[in-house]
Design a protein around this ligand. Structure first.
Ligand code: ANZ
Ligand code: ZN
Ligand code: ZN
Length: 818
């Protein structure tokens, strides 16, 4: 048989799908919105992780389409952002040119994998047709009070040359530059009020998402019940937040954050040099870091304890964050680990106020903070209360005195969206000397990112006169444009809405269309987006709902996280390690269909796996076998056995695909092909159904086979087969199982004997009399490769020197080998 030219077949069908618009979206019917996280189009093209992501999604899109759903399956590009800007500077081209070239290449490569996107829907966030609506939403948020500008201490990465959102700081380091410490800079920046939605963002129960992702979001939002207490300092009221008001009598000092906006008011003249020295030394505060070495300095000022009126020294310290709680804490060294460390370092007294049941502790014998439960001591009228009860009682007492109130706090902070970089959406604000920060009128949108720019130091917009200088929309006075651009997570927070109406020039999306298609029924992507992207997108949906643009609460009903693909030796694929496998090379060499089926058959698609060239070759062989087997069959009649297996396969493969157990589906496909090879015959309808089962995995090959058996294209638009329970012959299947178990028993014994170098002449199998008919002596011999005799256990003339026939049970024959 001549070699099959898979590449030619693939190109043929890719062209046909494109020219016939096979996968064009229909905005009616029973909808299914299938979406993969859109990529950042890097100049190096698709990597294997992308390929895996899209193939997983494409299989879902294809089965849903064949099951009669109207499928929305779009693709787009997250094309703004630092990497493009840096890469372009390095390659001495313009980011726009760099990006558009990269997108073209991505599209070409994605098409070559046979992905069934509706290419009419494509968008790129760096195009003005898209980012215009970023600006529009920003103005809407501003109107609603959901966007605001504030001076605050922000995280700065000197390599990125821009500020970072809190979420982009990981253990004090930049998320892109794990070797670069983030530093603190006081800057005026734009924020979105994500915290307004903290409670709603915590409602995760109804989402069909992996539990792991839900709990990461929950921790990120970090809700805490506690008490806000007022301490008097210099006759002014200062708030603190505590989850442990029961320890209030144990307070021996206060600590104010080094970034607290009002820290200066507390520093006395005498202490200023010491505090300044400390402030210079600390650079980063991003998250509440437990393991940080505690450091600080005495401010020279004292607070008054609200219940005892004692004088309490106020320190500033590096372990208190400015934008959590009140940015100041009451420190209880006896019962808080951080406070204990700090107190020991600076020789501050420790006062025990909670006594455990079993051992007696006091300030002298305490070697570490006691954080457990117990009875209150040294706490005035609250003595002897259980500390859990005291939390409530002391809060009530403080509330009565109007110096305390029960409140909730969140770790989640407002989203810092300003970036001091060029390649992003310009923030539509104009600064006027008389009018202040003035929003650009909606009719003037989009504010276009200028193309003629000069890269040098920092953000080129700040030196671009044509962009900068503009009259004030209110008073017409010569003013200055905002030069900050938006965090690119802004772009990716609503792209799924734009797909429902990609080319609308008048509005970001038609509400009817968005409400028809949304929420996304199946979202597919990597677990690395558990917090940022997925929280921002949920926030956006809720904010747009409250702007009356949408009528639902959650953007992504179901989420699937694919596993990580590693190199052959289990290490990470990376350019520097030189172990990157290029999906384009592989698909050229082995065909796209073979790559598709390989990537999803190694393991369950949600678990990690290693690339294997051997496995890839095996899947290439399988695709050839599928093609050649089906091609060689002249449609006539199916055997009962094939029919039964086929219908079981339809039943099980349908469930496997729906549950993303693609690897199990492939095992079943392989099995049914083997049976077809043995049976050598099938009816046209059964063959058609078999080819349909193959279609989601190997779409090109199945289109070709569909045509070869005399059908009109496209199988991709045919309906998914429905199994008939009646045709599944349980008895037959049980018999098959018996035979295959017996075969594997025999093979096991044989391999043991081979190891011992024993020569084998004969094999005897003893079966129940009613099973005799299902064991075909000739076929068995052929399969084992050694002459095999089958006897009924009650056969008087059987050859059975070791009485093995006694061991036979129904479904489990006795075996004798000599
Ligand atoms: C007194 C106290 C005594 C505390 C004690 C704990 C144990 P979560 O659960 O994370 O909300 N805290 C408050 N604001 C802070 C800030 N801006 N930076 C760092 N720490 C801050 O933690 C709440 C506890 O963290 C609060 O309760 C406070 O210390 C500290 F035996 O107050 B606690
Ligand atoms: Zn950085
Ligand atoms: Zn003005």
């Amino acid at each position: 048989m001549p070699a099959i030219n898979f590449n030619k077949i693939e190109q043929k069908w890719q062209k046909a799908w494109e020219s016939k618009q096979t996968f064009k979206t229909k905005d009616s019917g029973k909808k299914f919105y299938n979406l993969e996280m859109f990529p950042y189009p890097s100049g190096t093209g698709l990597h294997m992780g992308h390929a895996l992501n899209y193939i997983i999604g494409d299989i879902q899109a294809r089965i849903k389409r064949m099951q009669g759903f109207s499928v929305l399956y779009p693709m787009g590009y997250d094309s703004f952002g630092l990497p493009a800007e840096n890469a372009a500077i390095k390659a001495k081209t313009h980011p726009k040119k760099y990006t558009e070239t990269a997108i073209k290449n991505f599209v070409k490569q994605q098409k070559s994998l046979g992905l069934s996107y509706d290419w009419n829907k494509t968008l790129a966030t760096s195009r003005k047709e898209y980012y215009k609506w970023n600006q529009y939403f920003f103005l809407k948020f501003l109107e609603k009070g959901l966007a605001y500008r504030k001076k605050s201490s922000v995280n700065w990465c000197k390599k990125c040359n821009t500020v970072l959102a809190n979420e982009q700081v990981h253990n004090g380091m930049c998320w892109r530059h794990s070797d670069t410490e983030v530093t603190i800079k006081p800057l005026e920046q734009w924020f979105l009020k994500t915290t307004d939605y903290a409670d709603e963002l915590l409602k995760l129960e109804d989402l069909d998402w992996p539990d792991r992702i839900k709990s990461m979001q929950k921790n990120w939002i970090g809700k805490s019940q506690g008490t806000e207490i007022i301490f008097k300092i210099n006759n002014e009221s200062w708030k603190i937040f505590t989850t442990r008001p029961d320890t209030i009598y144990g307070v021996t000092f206060m600590v104010i954050s080094a970034q607290h906006p009002k820290l200066n008011e507390l520093i006395t003249k005498e202490q200023k040099p010491i505090v300044d020295k400390f402030l210079k030394k600390i650079k980063t505060v991003s998250e509440k870091q437990q393991d940080l070495e505690k450091e600080g300095a005495f401010t020279g000022t004292y607070a008054i304890h609200p219940l005892t009126n004692e004088k309490i020294p106020v320190y500033t310290g590096n372990f208190v964050v400015a934008d959590y709680g009140a940015g100041m804490v009451m420190a209880v060294p006896a019962h808080d680990k951080r406070d204990f460390e700090f107190a020991k370092k600076y020789n501050i007294p420790v006062k025990v106020v909670i006594q455990p049941e079993d051992l007696k502790i006091n300030s002298n014998n305490l070697s570490k903070a006691y954080v457990g439960e117990g009875k209150l001591i040294n706490s005035d009228k609250f003595n002897n209360q259980n500390n859990k009860e005291a939390i409530d009682n002391i809060t009530k007492h403080l509330a009565k005195l109007k110096i305390g109130i029960k409140i909730r706090q969140y770790k989640l902070r407002d989203w810092l969206i300003s970036r001091q970089r060029y390649w992003g959406t310009p923030i539509p604000i104009i600064y006027c000397e008389s009018c202040g920060a003035v929003p650009v009128p909606e009719k003037d949108l989009p504010i276009i990112l200028p193309e003629k720019i000069e890269f040098g130091k920092g953000n080129p917009l700040t030196t671009n006169k044509k962009f900068l200088e503009t009259p004030c929309p209110k008073c017409n006075k010569e003013s200055r444009r905002e030069t900050d651009t938006m965090d690119t997570f802004f772009d990716s927070s609503w792209y799924y809405l734009r797909y429902t109406d990609s080319y609308n020039e008048k509005i970001p999306f038609n509400q009817k269309l968005a409400n028809f298609w949304m929420p996304v029924d199946q979202y597919i992507g990597g677990a690395e987006h558990a917090c940022m992207h997925l929280i921002y997108a949920r926030f956006f949906t809720k904010a747009l709902r409250d702007l009356k643009l949408l009528n639902f609460d959650e953007p992504f009903k179901k989420l699937f996280n694919q596993g990580m693909l590693h190199a052959e030796d289990g290490s990470k694929m990376s350019k520097s390690a030189g172990n990157v496998i290029d999906p384009m090379e592989i698909s050229k060499k082995y065909s796209a269909d073979a790559l598709r089926i390989y990537l999803i058959s190694v393991a369950s698609p949600d678990s990690d796996f290693n690339w294997s060239e051997k496995g890839m070759k095996a899947m290439f062989k399988l695709t050839k076998k599928i093609f050649e087997t089906i091609k060689s069959i002249k449609p006539s009649k199916s055997t009962k056995r094939f029919q039964s297996k086929l219908h079981r396969s339809i039943k099980e493969i349908t469930t496997d695909i729906t549950n993303f157990k693609y690897n199990l589906a492939v095992i079943k496909l392989r099995n049914i092909i083997d049976i077809l090879i043995e049976e050598e015959t099938a009816s046209k309808q059964d063959l058609e159904n078999l080819i349909k089962l193959i279609n989601p995995f190997c779409p090109h090959l199945s289109e070709e086979l569909w045509e070869l058996i005399g059908n009109k294209p496209f199988i991709s638009l045919e309906s998914w087969p429905i199994y008939s329970e009646k045709l599944i012959d349980e008895n037959l299947e049980k018999q098959e199982q018996t035979i295959s178990n017996t075969l594997s028993d025999i093979n096991n014994i044989l391999s043991i004997m081979k190891e011992k170098n024993k020569e084998i002449k004969n094999i005897c199998v003893y079966v129940m009399p009613n099973e005799l008919s299902i064991f075909n002596q000739e076929q068995l011999s052929k399969k084992i490769g050694i002459s095999t005799k089958v006897f009924a256990v009650n056969d008087k003339d059987k050859h059975d020197p070791e009485n093995k026939s006694k061991k036979a049970k129904p479904g489990k024959p006795g075996i004798y080998i000599e």
